[in-house]
Design a protein around this ligand. Structure first.
Ligand SMILES: *Cc1c(COP(=O)(O)O)cnc(C)c1O
Length: 393
């Protein structure tokens, strides 16, 4: 092998700052217990909040679609790469989210980098929460709109910033559940701001774009953040969500009014210029929504697990930051300290990743809990973390 010297200096620099990442590969399916290099680990790192990634009915539907439609979809939807399953899933999503229409995207990342530039362009102003997901930041960059960052969940700051902007179109963008902090955006208050700004106008001038990646399947009986707050989707709201997290599958969607979805179909470049998702994946997402609607106990169990684990971690003396969802961070003093705790857990056969800059400013461990974790498994995590405190002082 030839030794590469193109980025050796930069890589060494990352290593010295404890920021060099490495990929951990499983030899098992994704789930509560995973196998890494032949050894079993208790997994607290997955966004598969409801255990649907390995649900037998969902796998059966995916297999059935694989047999009928084969593997690759061949082209983008506009070049006839889509199937009737794609269309059916869009109807199902619109019904689930209470909107007129919906459009599928290949991933959450490609949804944000496709939708944001389609709804915001030069001359518009985007108001974005400082902790919004990286894919939102990238979507904003691609849009050429001016970006104004508001303090995390700070509605009065947002209000002040909005008041001084005279742009004809303003777009407020927020994660519903923040992916590294596990707190929930004040969507009811932001909704009120938009609603009053748009009232009496034939053409709404303040749009609200919600990234419901971690709200879908988790909040509002699975319907997401708007349902959680008891809010109706107005024509000025675009809800983005993913099938890749609680729904256990892959891909994403935008849900909104008919004209917005039609506009996205015609202008979102990540939709137009990318091959459609395989029908087997679409069939799985479809079955996931059906199961969530039918089986309420899944989400109830997720929340009772979440509350049990969060209480346990707090009583063990850990700072869980602002978490109020199944995403539970454990704040650490430094990247090195985050890595040390993660490595300790790994030696005790528990997998919890350390999250470091640039993904977050404050280094932490990011625990995610699922409806499929047992009380015994959560107790093992809590007990091990308690022991770490005792051993390390
Ligand atoms: C995970 C995530 C995405 C990206 O979704 P993928 O389907 O994994 O590409 C977008 N936004 C947020 C808030 C996320 O957490």
């Amino acid at each position: 092998m030839i030794n590469s010297t193109v980025f050796d200096k930069e890589l060494r620099d990352l290593q010295n700052r404890h920021l060099l990442r490495n990929i951990v590969s499983r030899s098992s399916s994704q789930g509560i217990v995973i196998t890494i290099k032949g050894k079993k680990y208790l997994n607290f790192s997955s966004n598969d909040y409801l255990g649907l990634a390995s649900h037998p009915e969902i796998l059966k539907e995916a297999c059935r679609a694989l047999e009928k439609y084969a593997l690759g979809s061949g082209a983008s939807r506009l070049l006839a790469g889509g199937s009737d399953l794609h269309l059916k899933l869009e109807k199902q999503v619109a019904d689930f989210k209470g909107t007129e229409s919906a459009l599928l995207f290949n991933s959450g990342y490609s949804a944000n980098t496709g939708i944001i530039p389609a709804i915001a362009s030069e001359g518009d102003v985007i108001f974005t929460d400082e902790l919004n997901h990286a894919s939102i930041i990238d979507g904003c960059r691609l849009s050429h709109a001016r970006k104004v960052v508001f303090k995390h969940r700070d509605v009065s700051h947002l209000r002040r910033l909005l008041a001084v902007e005279k742009a004809p179109r303003k777009i407020i963008i927020t994660d519903t559940v923040f992916s590294m902090d596990g707190d929930i955006a004040p969507i009811n208050e932001i909704y009120a701001i938009c609603s009053s700004a748009n009232s009496g106008k034939r053409r709404p001038s303040v749009l609200l774009y919600l990234d419901d990646a971690h709200g879908t399947g988790v909040l509002g009986k699975g319907r997401g953040a708007l349902a959680h707050f008891g809010l109706k989707p107005g024509p000025w709201i675009i809800q983005m969500g993913t099938f890749s997290k609680a729904l256990g599958s892959y891909g994403a969607f935008a849900a909104g009014s008919r004209d917005v979805i039609s506009w996205l179909t015609n202008t979102a470049r990540s939709f137009i210029f990318s091959t459609a998702l395989p029908a087997s994946v679409i069939a799985a997402s479809s079955e996931s929504i059906r199961i969530i609607k039918k089986n309420r106990s899944l989400i109830n169990r997720l929340w009772s697990n979440r509350n049990y684990l969060a209480e346990g971690l707090k009583s063990a003396g850990y700072d869980t930051m602002r978490s109020e969802t199944p995403i539970i961070p454990l704040l650490r003093a430094s990247a090195k300290e985050a890595l040390r705790l993660s490595a300790y857990l790994f030696r005790k056969s528990i997998y919890v990743p350390a999250i470091r800059p640039p993904a977050v400013k404050e280094p932490r461990l990011r625990i995610t809990v699922s409806s499929a974790h047992t009380k015994e498994q959560m107790d093992i995590l809590i007990k091990t973390l308690k022991r770490y405190c005792k051993e390390r002082g």
